[in-house]
Design a protein around this ligand. Structure first.
Ligand code: PEP
Ligand code: MG
Length: 886
């Protein structure tokens, strides 16, 4: 055998298969599995794999290579003949073949198989004699013709089903199971005639021709646009290769002691070590998938495979044991029982739910089959989300109204409310509500708190609604731009559907779907395995994980999910609670500093109480409090009626008041008078916030004996000068409070890095900052020049057309924004050795981004509380990956 030839096929048989090192991807999943099974001396019908290179050559039809491959096929056949003693086309010792695709991963309908290759008008008689059953022989022949017509000739298989049903009717049979051997020739000739009339050519009687056409068709079908599309849907590359398995047939349809089934070493729902699966007697594989008849359980009370075929069951259970031990994973197999004997036809890692996966992995570690690190690497961190949130029941019917962006995971149903106040009132009455808005504003916060879910027609992953909903662990869909809200009519309109205020909808914050009516939702349940896995992650990771939280509720949640501090407390949300908004508005509208200070003095005690609560909950852990960031107009009413009502409440003259509100309104609020700029214009805001923080810290220190680690963070800094000026006031307030309370206060002052200039000038800025926290939401926005609130309008198209590999507001743009971060890390540490570095943008909870943050050496990531478990695991994986690389 020449080397070139040897590279095209790999034979396997009873007790013989190539060693696992040779099982490269070019054999496909099934091909590699069969070689493995054979090597482990498990029962597989002998055969060979035509590798991906051979299949590519067949598809491209280079004549010399095709001849070469045909010669290879002949050789492969010889080895099957040697193993079985049967020959293709030999009526007395008949070899029949199964030709099956072997894709890189197993997925339904990869391409169709062709079974019973080798039957023709003559050999079918031979099979009838050797099996002692002509009905069976002709059934096999019909199946071959139907498979061949579909896979090789592209015929519609339903035509052949109709042909069969018609015949059954003509004969007055109740079902096709009554077809006798004597019916065989007649039915076979109808099938042949159908093929000829469909294709103007006869079904080939030459058995070698059958084999070649079957192989060539499978190779070519894999290159069809439809197959490429299917591959894409299953996450495979368009140019992924196909291998083909050619194997001796074993028959599950020969008697009631035969059948076909799928079995697993651990059921997909539980992951517990018990044999599961299903089985169909007297049938072949595709019958099982089509669920033609009642299927039996593999194990358990009668009737099951265990009770009907105890010998085959025992063999199967022991094969699953061997395989699980060998693959160090839960496995599932496809099998056939032929006259009581077991044959395995495929094996692969078992499908499983996320909670079952955790059960499997902790059990494999307990059995010392894998290490804790192996277990950690085998979990998709994002999948943990499923365990923390409600999900739509996969079996439920979905009536799609619109597709938006899945901005905060979880599913919820409720009545439509277009008004945050109304939502709050309804929810207070125990009614499930979905708050539906064009976009949300900070003043909607109470409605958001109470609603079961949020839907906005604008916005993206980092818009207000998305950030708040994620923080609260509430389902949220943003950017559902095909929906139109008609506030006047109280209607929500989509293509062909009009929904009214009070109608029920369901939103799926994972997929971004908006569904009509109430759809069944399944609640999360946390197992002990979840905690075990996260403990292993904690032992492994280097980076700390903090949470973004400002309310006591979120802070407690964050701590329960394992956060090691608060990385971002957005204080603006604290200004909306209760009567504070009134004082805040008084402060904004005040004409003099004195008036402003009077208004701020009203807010101080409530803010201090908030901080006392936060410090107490996070006892001893760092809490980063960001000073006021958004532009002031966000605290003022937007609608004319609201402005007028507010003027009346405040006893102000309406026209003058309206003018002032309009003056404060910004067209470009994200780049305008916000963050440190605002703190410099209104230093009394800085003073008040700093005082609230330090008085709270002093109180907690005095009452509990443990001083909190307060980190005061200044937003939107572009230069050292800005930070130094604000810092001077913070330090001054700290000194005053220390003197007044007699407490020695430990605190840090730092800044967010969320502008490109801040990253460039990091060395300089670090001299005035004890820590940096990368605000990657704003840093992405300002680096790209794309408003984070409007990006959803076109980013989807960008990613679909692969202009951007992914949405940079979701997964960090490592090449651009990442380079700025890497530079700021290096320069920052040059400016101040030991500078503490973290990230608090939404990317802090994104596993790919977390890998990058590990690589550049950040000290911690901070993300919304529900994302903390995901980040703990992702940080561990990032650390292991980096360690394995170096
Ligand atoms: C950021 O910009 O990344 C950030 C965390 O701040 P915010 O989202 O509040 O602007
Ligand atoms: Mg920001």
């Amino acid at each position: 055998m020449s080397n070139k030839r040897a590279s095209f096929i790999t034979s396997f048989g009873q007790g013989s298969g190539p060693s696992p090192v040779l099982l490269a991807g070019h054999l496909g999943q099934r091909g590699a599995a069969l070689c493995n099974l054979a090597r482990l001396k498990l029962p597989v019908p002998p055969g060979f794999v035509l590798n991906t290179e051979a299949c590519r050559n067949i598809a491209s039809s280079d004549p010399a290579t095709v001849e070469n491959i045909k010669a290879m096929l002949a050789q492969g056949l010889e080895s099957i003949t040697t193993e079985t003693g049967c020959t293709l086309g030999d009526k007395r010792n008949l070899l029949l073949l199964a030709v099956r695709p072997s894709a890189p991963i197993s997925f339904p309908g990869a391409t169709e198989a062709v079974l019973n290759v080798g039957l023709n008008d003559e050999t079918v008689e031979g099979l009838g004699v050797s099996a002692g059953d002509h009905a069976f022989a002709y059934e096999c022949y019909r199946r071959l013709m139907q498979n061949y017509a579909q896979a090789v000739l592209g015929d519609d298989p339903a035509v052949f089903d109709d042909l069969l049903n018609l015949y059954v009717e003509e004969r007055g049979y109740v079902s096709a199971r009554e077809i006798r051997g004597t019916d065989g020739p007649e039915l076979a000739s109808r099938f042949k005639a159908q093929i000829e009339s469909n294709n103007d050519r006869a079904f080939p009687q030459d058995v070698e021709e059958q084999l070649w056409h079957a192989v060539a068709a499978l190779a070519r079908n894999w290159q069809s646009p439809r197959a490429k599309q299917k591959r894409k849907l299953h996450g495979l590359k368009e140019d992924a290769g196909l291998a083909i398995v050619v194997q001796a047939m074993v028959f599950g349809n020969q008697s009631d002691h035969s059948g076909t089934g799928h079995a697993t070493s651990r059921p997909a729902q539980t992951g517990e070590r018990e044999v599961g699966g299903d089985y169909l007697t007297n049938a072949q594989g595709s019958d099982l998938d089509a669920r033609l008849r009642q299927v039996l359980a593999i194990a358990g009370p009668a009737p099951s495979l265990e009770t009907e075929e105890p010998g085959a069951f025992a063999q199967l259970a022991s094969a699953l044991d061997v395989l699980e031990h060998e693959l160090k994973d839960a496995v599932e197999v496809d099998f056939t029982v032929a006259q009581g004997a077991l044959w395995l036809l495929d094996a692969r890692p078992a499908r499983r739910t996320t909670s079952a996966n955790l059960r499997i992995l902790t059990d494999l570690v307990a059995r010392e089959q894998i290490t804790k690190h192996d277990a950690l690497m085998r979990i998709d961190p994002v999948a943990l989300d499923q365990l923390l949130h409600s999900t739509i029941d996969p079996a439920a019917k979905r009536e799609l109204v619109a597709q938006g962006i899945g901005a905060s995971p979880g599913a919820a149903s409720g009545i439509i409310s277009f008004d945050a106040n109304e939502a709050r009132v309804l929810a207070g009455q125990g009614i499930a509500v979905i708050l539906v808005r064009t976009e949300t504003a900070p003043e909607d916060i109470k409605g958001l708190h109470m609603a079961d879910g949020v839907l906005t027609t604008r916005g993206g992953m980092t818009s207000h609604a998305a950030v708040i909903a994620r923080g609260m662990g509430k389902p949220c869909v943003t950017g559902a731009s095909s929906l139109r809200i008609d506030m006047e009519a109280g209607q929500l309109k989509a293509a062909g559907v009009t929904l009214k205020r009070g109608d029920i909808i369901t939103i799926d914050g994972s997929s971004g779907q908006v569904l009509k009516g109430q759809v069944a939702v399944t609640k999360p349940s946390l197992s002990g395995d979840f905690a075990t896995i996260l403990t292993w992650a904690d032992e492994t990771r280097r980076m700390k994980v903090r949470a973004n939280a400002e309310t006591a509720h979120d802070a407690r949640l964050a701590r329960d999910f394992g956060a090691e501090g608060i990385g971002l407390s957005r204080t603006e949300h604290m200004f909306f609670e209760g009567d504070r908004i009134i004082a805040m508005r008084e402060m904004i509208l005040a004409d003099t500093e004195k008036e402003r200070r009077i208004a701020l003095a009203k807010i101080l005690p409530v803010l201090r109480a908030d901080f006392i609560e936060l410090f107490a909950i996070m006892a001893g852990m760092p809490v980063t409090i960001r000073l006021l960031d958004p532009p002031l107009h966000e605290f003022l009413p937007r609608e004319v009626e609201e402005i007028e009502a507010m003027a009346r409440n405040l006893n102000l003259e309406v026209a003058g008041f309206k003018k002032r509100v309009l003056e404060l309104r910004e067209q470009n609020p994200m780049l305008g008078h916000r963050g440190v700029r605002l703190l410099l214009s209104y230093p009394e805001i800085t003073d008040m916030q700093a005082r609230a923080i330090f008085e709270a810290a002093a109180h907690v220190q005095a009452t509990t004996g443990t001083g909190p680690i307060a980190e005061v963070m200044v937003p939107l800094v572009a230069s050292r000068g800005e930070l130094s000026a604000v810092r001077a006031r913070i330090d001054a307030v700290a000194r005053d409070v220390a003197k007044e309370t007699g407490q020695k206060l430990e605190y840090l002052v730092g800044t967010m890095i969320e502008l490109p200039r801040a990253a460039l000038r990091a060395a300089d800025i670090a001299e005035a900052a004890e820590f940096f926290s990368f605000g990657t939401n704003d840093l992405t926005q300002t680096t790209y020049g794309i408003s984070r609130d409007d990006s959803a309008r076109f980013i989807g198209e960008y990613t679909n057309r692969q202009i951007f590999p992914h949405d940079p507001f979701v997964s960090l743009d490592v090449e651009g924004v990442g380079e700025l971060i890497a530079m700021a890390v290096e320069r920052g540490r040059q400016g101040r050795p030991g500078l503490h570095l973290g990230i608090c943008g939404e990317h802090g909870g994104n596993p790919d981004s977390i890998s990058f943050f590990e690589a550049v050496g950040l000290d911690y990531v901070s993300c919304s509380p529900f994302r903390v478990p995901v980040a703990r695991l992702a940080a561990a994986q990032a650390h292991l990956k980096l360690a394995r690389k170096s």
